[in-house]
Design a protein around this ligand. Structure first.
Ligand SMILES: C[S@@+](CC[C@H](N)C(=O)[O-])C[C@H]1O[C@@H](n2cnc3c(N)ncnc32)[C@H](O)[C@@H]1O
Length: 267
């Protein structure tokens, strides 16, 4: 279970393995992630659920929360840089370090990526393992179109800022709508209504007002149900969108238009 085995040419003693804890408490962690968490000489974690934090501390007494790198109004970029730095300090100190993030550690987790890249650049063995993301839970909880029309997944602020092009004929998933246009996080925040209106206006160029949309929050505890709040696009600005929610927009009806492929299928 030594991550040095996985990185050819790694010369230095410290190492880094980045794992995900999944969304639902305990049950969604992979066997390999669990093993690394237990064996690490130093464990860092960033998870929103205090019960998961408690569980991680039981699994590995070296566990240290990264939560205190956040503070109200602090620019997110500063927080991410500090988190990456804290992890790297232990790697540079020669320890076998494991950093656990909720969900999939590579899905919208900037500090994990930063720590991984820097550790590798500095010659340490460093690897990320996959985890169960909120999107994986969404696919399980909502009957996402299974007709092969695909889906597109964007971070909501980037979606608006970069005017991302997308195809409304396949499903659309927007992450972090609750943090739309926010450079820092605050306790108890939700998407500002005027910003939710802007997002809705952009989506209205592609979908009718009565198009269904779903605000989704996967259950964090095995005994709980997910939150699946169904509404229509024109009512979206009246909803409270929390940071832990993901917006799902089902596809608009569309027909394949390629004659070539139609001929293939008819053969
Ligand atoms: C910083 S990203 C972290 C994603 C995480 N690494 C993952 O793999 O799911 C935070 C965003 O993930 C989504 N998210 C986090 N927890 C969720 C949950 N319980 N249900 C649905 N979406 C969730 C939301 O879109 C939220 O704004």
């Amino acid at each position: 279970m030594n991550p040095t085995r996985h990185v050819a040419g790694a010369a230095r003693r410290g190492s880094l393995i980045i794992v995900g804890t999944g969304i639902t408490l305990v049950r969604q962690i992979t066997v390999e992630a669990l093993e690394y968490i237990q064996r690490a000489e130093k464990l860092f974690y960033l998870v929103p659920n205090p019960a998961v934090a408690e569980w991680l501390r039981e699994l590995n007494p070296s566990a240290e929360s990264l939560e205190n790198s956040y503070s109200d109004g602090r620019p997110r970029h500063d927080t991410y840089a500090e988190i990456a730095d804290r992890i790297l300090k232990s790697v540079r100190g020669g320890l076998q370090v494991c950093a656990a993030f909720y969900g999939h550690p590579g899905v919208l987790v900037q500090p994990s990526r930063e720590a991984l890249t820097t550790a590798r650049r500095e010659g340490f063995a460093a690897r990320m393992l996959p985890g169960v993301s909120a999107e994986d839970c969404l696919f399980a909880d909502i009957s996402v179109s299974s007709t092969g029309r695909g889906w597109q997944s964007f971070e909501a602020t980037d979606f608006l800022a970069a005017r991302r092009r997308f195809d409304p004929g396949s499903a659309l998933i927007l992450w972090q709508v609750g943090l739309l246009g926010e450079a820092s996080v605050r306790e108890g925040m939700s998407c500002r209504p005027e910003r939710l209106r802007v997002l809705t206006q952009v989506l209205r160029r592609h979908y009718p007002g009565r198009h269904p949309v779903i605000l989704y929050e996967a259950a964090q505890f095995p005994i709980c149900d997910p939150t699946i709040e169904r509404t229509i696009l024109e009512r979206l600005p009246h909803k409270q969108v929390l940071p832990a929610m993901t917006l799902y927009v089902p596809p608009r009806p569309s027909r394949p238009t390629s004659r070539v492929v139609a001929r293939w299928l008819a053969e």
